[in-house]
Design a protein around this ligand. Structure first.
Ligand code: FES
Length: 116
């Protein structure tokens, strides 16, 4: 089943936004030219990943403490920064082990669809 998410032209400059779907609210965007949809809650302290941004390395960055996630696998690839930076490795190795849930997304004629 294919479910319309949004037109790519409706994506903000951050490269990600929040979309309510049949699978619940998801963080939907485009990273390195590939569309993605992931569960929107950061594994660190529940930051809203849909309010983050797609970083230069193609990862989804949390708006609270800048942990980064690989949107293809859902894995935390960088722990939180700033005041939490000394704990980044510990957080990545504990909370970060629970990957974000990932969902198949396809783009057709400038529109992203959830392909479940
Ligand atoms: S809540 Fe996401 S990095 Fe802290």
């Amino acid at each position: 089943m294919s479910e319309r998410l949004l037109a790519t032209t409706d994506l903000p400059d951050s490269g990600v936004t929040s979309v309510d779907t049949s699978q619940g609210r998801l963080a939907v965007g485009i990273a390195d030219g590939r569309p993605f949809a992931v569960s929107p809650v950061c594994r660190h302290l529940r930051g809203d990943l849909a309010k983050g941004h797609v970083a230069d390395d193609g990862c989804l960055e949390c708006p609270l403490h800048a942990a980064r996630f690989d949107v293809a696998t859902g894995a935390m690839v960088r722990g939180p920064q700033g005041a939490f930076k000394p704990l980044a490795g510990v957080v990545k190795g504990t909370m970060g082990r629970m990957k974000l849930k990932t969902y198949p997304v396809v783009e057709r004629e400038g529109v992203l669809f959830l392909d479940v």
